[in-house]
Each structure stands twice: as structure tokens, then as C-alpha cells.
Design a protein around this ligand. Structure first.
Ligand code: CTP
Ligand code: MG
Length: 237
């Protein structure tokens, strides 16, 4: 008889992981004439690329958050690979909508941009595995290679910034569900460009794990071309 059958909690059991894949943006900077997540890369939408890799990373329950007019279309594309809900005005609102749709038993939540469509399964698994009692929030980060300057309004350099402690942060970002829900509730109308920033405001620790260059965010047409090149060379999976 297993511990669960006996009604005992198995403390070593891995927590149930769910993911919110946000895809409700308009893709203004890409300028493809349709929302970015519905643009195709090698004949497959960015949304499907992202969801497939999240599932391959071991996540069983995925909520895809899309523009309201594309909920039905996303359902056709994703089938039983994801539940689909409508997003909000800001990215933060879309994350909140996805969070509300997650089943009650999901304890660890990954939040991922569909625009980071080639983020590999290994990165997804690394972030999920790093979330725990001592790491309620985990983000993937990469070092900075350029020299960084702080400039004033007139365009003059004020200082050269030490890049050594700086990281470029990506998604998926992983969270203890309760912490993420609290972070979003507390945020209210104040905006942030990622979910970890909302957790930082609660005064909680955010842990950085190694990121992956494949998790680049497709923002412009040049990024899309780069992603296409990576995929064609077998580096996108
Ligand atoms: N996103 C979202 N809901 C919003 C805004 C953004 O779900 N209201 C998602 C996007 O679909 C994307 C991710 O958040 O996967 C990162 O946003 P960004 O790269 O800025 O995408 P867009 O907002 O679509 O692009 P743009 O800012 O150029 O319009
Ligand atoms: Mg945007």
C-alpha cells in the first residue's frame, strides 16, 4: 500500500507543476499584421512551439492566454496540449488571468512568454526543479557582454556601469503558487515587466539559475529571422 493510499502525505513527492504561457500581446514591434504568438516559424505558430517545449519539460497542465478573439483558434491549434483563456490589457493582466484558470492542485507555476518560443525543455525543467521551500521564485539569467553606460537626458555619459553583477533575465520564471498569487494581488495597478519584480516587492528572495540563449524573445523581424535560423540548424529544440 502506498503512502497516498494510507492517507499519509509523501513529503518527498515532487510538487505538481503548471504553466501559464502568455500569448495575448499584439506584436506591434514585429508588425506581422497579426498577434505575434500566431505568427509561424517553420509552419508552426510561436504559441505551439512554446507550449510543446513547456510540455516536453515535464509540465502537465498548461494554460495558454491569448487575445479574446483568438481563443477558439488557439483551442484548435493546441487541442488537449493546453487550456485556453482570454488575456488582458497588460502582460501582468494576462498572467493573472492564466493563474486564475490553473487547477487548485498545482503548487508550482511557471510563467512563460510565448514570444520565447524556442526556450528548450531543459530550461523549463531546470527552472521548475529549482523552485522549493527556500526558493519561492526562480528566474533564468544570462551575463551581459556589452559595456553598459548610464546616460543623462542630454545623451551624455554619467557613468560606466559594472556589468559583472548584472543578468539579462528570461522566461520561464518559476514560482510557488501562493507567493505568485500574493505578488499579483499586491501589485494591483502598479506595473512590472516581469513577475519576479512583483515578488521582489514583497521582499522575498528571487533565485537566478542559468538561462539559455535559445530562450531569446522574438520582438522584431530580425529576432524572428534568427529564431528561424536556429530552428533550421537543429538548435531550436
Ligand atoms: N503579452 C500578453 N498580454 C499582453 C501583453 C503581452 O500575454 N497584454 C505577452 C505577449 O504575447 C508575449 C509576452 O507577453 O508573449 C511578452 O510581451 P511582448 O514581447 O512585449 O509581446 P507583445 O506585447 O505582443 O509585443 P509588442 O510589445 O511589440 O506589441
Ligand atoms: Mg508588449
Amino acid at each position: 500500500m502506498s503512502a497516498a493510499d494510507m492517507g499519509l502525505a509523501d513529503e518527498s513527492a515532487a510538487p505538481l507543476v503548471g504553466a501559464v504561457v502568455v500569448a495575448a500581446g499584439s506584436g506591434t514591434r514585429l508588425g506581422a499584421g497579426r498577434p505575434k504568438a500566431f505568427v509561424e516559424l517553420a509552419g508552426v505558430t510561436l504559441l505551439e512551439h512554446a507550449v510543446s517545449r513547456v510540455r516536453d519539460g515535464g509540465v502537465r497542465h498548461v494554460v495558454a492566454v491569448v487575445p479574446v478573439e483568438l481563443v477558439a483558434r488557439a483551442g484548435e491549434l493546441l487541442g488537449d496540449r493546453a487550456q485556453v483563456v482570454a488575456g488582458g490589457e497588460r502582460r501582468q493582466d494576462s498572467v493573472a488571468a492564466g493563474l486564475r484558470a490553473l487547477p487548485a492542485d498545482v503548487q508550482v507555476v511557471l510563467v512563460h512568454d510565448a514570444a520565447r518560443c524556442l526556450a528548450p525543455a531543459s530550461l523549463v525543467a531546470r527552472v521548475a526543479a529549482a523552485v522549493g521551500p527556500h526558493a519561492p521564485a526562480v528566474v533564468p539569467g544570462l551575463t551581459v557582454v556589452d559595456t553598459l553606460k548610464e546616460v543623462d537626458d542630454a545623451g551624455h555619459v554619467v557613468a560606466t556601469v559594472d556589468r559583472e553583477p548584472l543578468r539579462r533575465v528570461q522566461t520561464p520564471q518559476g514560482f510557488d503558487r501562493t507567493v505568485l498569487e500574493q505578488a499579483h494581488e499586491t501589485a494591483g495597478d502598479s506595473a512590472a515587466t516581469d513577475d519576479a519584480a512583483l515578488v521582489e516587492r514583497l521582499g522575498l528572495a528571487v533565485t537566478v539559475v542559468a538561462g539559455d540563449e535559445l530562450a531569446l524573445k522574438v520582438t522584431t523581424a530580425q529576432d524572428l529571422a534568427l529564431a528561424e535560423w536556429l530552428l533550421a540548424r537543429g538548435r531550436g529544440d
